[in-house]
Design a protein around this ligand. Sequence first.
Ligand SMILES: [Zn+2]
Length: 206
Amino acid sequence: MRLQIRTLHLLRNTNPISTKHIHNPIYKVRSPHRPLLAFHTNTPTNNSNRNFMGSSFSTSSTATNSTDTMSSKTNTPPVQKSDDEWRAILSPEQFRILRTRGTEQPHSGTYNHHSASGTYTCVGCDAPLYTSTSKFDSGCGWPAFFEGVPGAINRREDGSLGMQRTEITCANCGGHLGHVFKGEGFGGAADERHCVNSVSLTFKEE
Ligand SMILES: [Zn+2]
């Protein structure tokens, strides 16, 4: 009898707590730069480990096609400003996204469906970050690029919101851009999707 009660107790406590129940509310609330398809088919931990190992230590894997730089604690962007100095030159929304790692609402950004020829620069420091030739429509609700301008993008492992992702920032000023996802099959030399907030960008037409 005691065994039966214990078994029931275990069942009652384990059934509702599935991965689905834990992760779905987080995903719906914040919609972090990740389409539903990729969220369910990729293993975030393995994916991020592959990115990190490929970018930092390997000299022969396909990940070396990426020209981004994996950030470390000693990798300090050349442009340094205090929060007050950033607030003086950025709008409140720009400050929220670039300096506090915010995310704009999906399908809301100026450059989500923007297709003109030119260069996307950092709204914080004017550094060239992406060209229109690397832009594609991923359907995720944010501007998507296969790759950044060589040396313009830094990467950092981001374990926020209960997920393992790779944050991308402007290498010149450290401004938050979005996240990069690998192996989704969209194309590009490195099979990567740079998912970038429109708010972080300014466009300069050619
Ligand atoms: Zn910048």
